[in-house]
Ligand binder design. Structure first.
Ligand code: FAD
Length: 534
């Protein structure tokens, strides 16, 4: 293998693979360097107990951009998504609520709690959809680079135009979403606590904040801008787990000649005279390319891989304080049988077993979980989402048995997790058991990912599932920081192509797509300049 490339990508997560694909498709010689033994980053499927496989970290798909799916021909490489009959099932102490399965069905379900809320639902849904459309439109567009001259101004004007064309009510909704707490936002639409908490849950996913924290409404929106098989807002299951998506991406990369190296951790970005020259691997090998694209998050890139002397003081300071830590605890469990919920009994597979099962009974419960986490590190009554993908995909567990993802929110990233992980895992299982009393006894094996485990295994600093907090201060042109929202690092030839750039976290493929676009743009400008000189 040569040690010279047109571009080197640090990290083989789904965005690194997406970026590599577009660059190689344009004729560049591209090498991807992945630290782990498997590509995919936070979108992988692994066996965690003999015979039981599951999506190790991310576990459900919606946000992956249709253009990326089409360009990479992912369906030809094995990508398939199954839709669920209903999206979510919420057990409460004395009742339950099912969300999804069509607007009419959700309205009827809400009417059991509040007729007024059932009537408000279609209007709420339509309003949110209009705002989500804005996010869909800008997801594959490079944010304007503040201080970036004429092209940035043109870019800002083009992205601002759809906003200016919006009706006033939608502009007001947009402002609410960006500034309000999920609680304040939902109070404006609904009266019943069951209904409100069914929507508010999305606001605390990957967000170390309460439903009453200002800005939390935006995270709610971030979870609804996707689609599955053309159905807007829907979430689905990737057959074979999330790893099937990144395996399909790796095949797409191979089809255009990308070289992928596994167990190839990058130790340093090599910089000379303010220009990126290549990378040094932990094993000492040096590889060279005029373009380096970092799929790793900004905190890892600028605190560990780039020498601080290659960055200016202000940038260093901002990267030191760049906010990470989504407060997420993630477990996989092998189950001998399905959970038997007190409020909806039965161990035979039913539609609620195929849904996202969400233990977040009430707005107060979710607020308290965050208050507890701030005071004690975690809540005695945590927020837990359970997904049992083996109910729709028989490739994951032996017949008659199951695997489940437990995705839990509000766990302080700063806790000494080596000390506390096992007892917190017990607490999470006990929490599910309070609602489904056969659950604890049905657990055959468990895999635990505390925030610290997520950092160690996936390189997610602070265990941040999104490579950085998704607050107004770290979004769009300010992701990761104002002046570098356009995928270009402050070092010439160094780019960022991961979730720490616009439009942020989730399995979207958008940062990888957009970064490749900017790299190719710079390259074509350079080519033109070189040709003019000759
Ligand atoms: C627990 C969890 C649950 C989630 N659930 C969902 C979900 O259900 N749906 C959803 O859409 N999103 C979900 N997300 C978010 C989503 O998975 C991530 O935002 C997304 O996968 C990040 O992709 P990426 O390519 O930007 O980065 P990553 O996937 O983080 O990829 C970065 C890659 O860089 C590699 N790397 C790190 N350091 C080095 C180094 N020094 N040298 C070389 N390589 C290195 C890593 O191993 C990794 O492969 C979840 C994330 C987590 C962690």
């Amino acid at each position: 293998m040569t040690n010279r490339y047109d571009a080197i990508i640090i990290g083989g997560g789904h965005n690194g693979l997406t970026c590599a694909f577009y660059l190689a498709r344009a004729g560049m010689k591209v090498r991807v360097l992945e630290r782990r033994h498997i590509v995919g980053g936070a979108a992988v499927t692994e066996e965690f107990h003999p015979g039981f496989r599951n999506s190790t970290a991310s576990y459900t798909v919606s946000l992956l951009r249709p253009k990326v799916i089409a360009d990479m021909k992912l369906h030809d490489h094995g990508y398939r998504v199954i839709e669920r009959t209903i999206s979510n099932f919420f057990p409460f102490p004395d009742t339950y609520l099912k969300l999804g399965g069509g607007a009419g069905r959700t309205e009827a379900e809400f009417a059991r709690f509040s007729k007024k809320d059932a009537e408000a639902y279609p209007k709420y849904d339509a309003a949110l959809e209009k705002v989500a459309n804005v996010l869909r439109d800008i997801a594959l567009q490079t944010p304007p680079n503040v201080g970036g001259g004429l092209s940035a101004l043109r870019n800002a004007a083009m992205q601002g135009w759809p906003l200016a064309k919006m009706d006033l009510a939608t502009q007001r909704d947009l402002l609410d979403i960006f500034t309000k707490s999920a609680r304040d936002f939902l109070d404006g639409w609904f009266e019943d606590d069951h209904v409100k908490s069914a929507f508010a849950f999305d606001a605390v996913v990957g967000n170390y904040a309460g439903v009453s924290t200002p800005g939390s409404a935006y995270v709610l929106l971030h979870h609804v801008f996707g689609e599955v098989n053309g159905k807007l807002g829907a979430w689905g299951h990737s057959v074979g787990g999330m790893g099937a998506i990144t395996q399909a991406m790796a095949k797409a990369c191979a089809s255009v000649g990308v070289e992928i190296s596994l167990e190839a951790p990058v130790a340093k970005v090599l910089v000379n005279n303010g220009k990126a020259q290549g990378v040094k691997l932990e094993g000492g090998e040096e590889l060279y390319a005029p373009i380096i694209a970092a799929n790793v998050g900004p905190a890892l890139l600028y605190r560990q891989l780039v020498d601080s002397s290659d960055l200016d003081e202000d940038f260093n300071r901002r990267m030191k304080t760049y906010k990470t830590g989504s407060g997420t605890f993630r477990m996989n469990v092998a189950l001998s049988e399905l959970p038997d919920f007190t409020v909806l009994p039965g161990k035979e597979q039913a539609e609620h077993h195929t849904a996202g099962i969400i233990i977040a009974p009430g707005m107060g419960y979710m607020d308290q979980a965050f208050i507890d986490a701030q005071q004690k590190g975690w809540s005695k009554k945590p927020i837990v989402e359970i997904k049992i993908p083996s109910t729709v995909d028989d490739s994951l567990a032996p017949p008659g048995q199951h695997v489940a993802s437990l995705f839990c929110q509000q766990f302080d990233p700063k806790v000494d997790w080596d000390k506390h992980r096992e007892k917190v895992a017990d607490l999470i299982i006990d929490t599910v058991n309070d609602h489904a009393p056969n659950f604890k006894a049905s657990v055959i094996a468990r895999q635990i990912h505390s925030p610290l485990d997520l950092e160690r295994k996936f390189g997610l600093i602070g265990g941040d599932i999104f490579h950085g907090t998704m607050g107004l201060d770290q979004l769009w042109a300010a992701r990761p920081v104002l002046g570098h929202g356009d995928y270009r690092a402050p070092i010439k030839g160094l780019y960022m192509c991961g979730s720490g750039t616009h439009p942020g976290g989730g399995v979207t493929g958008a940062p990888g797509h957009n970064a490749a676009h900017e790299i190719l743009r710079d390259r074509s400008i350079l080519w033109k300049a070189l040709h003019r000189k000759r």
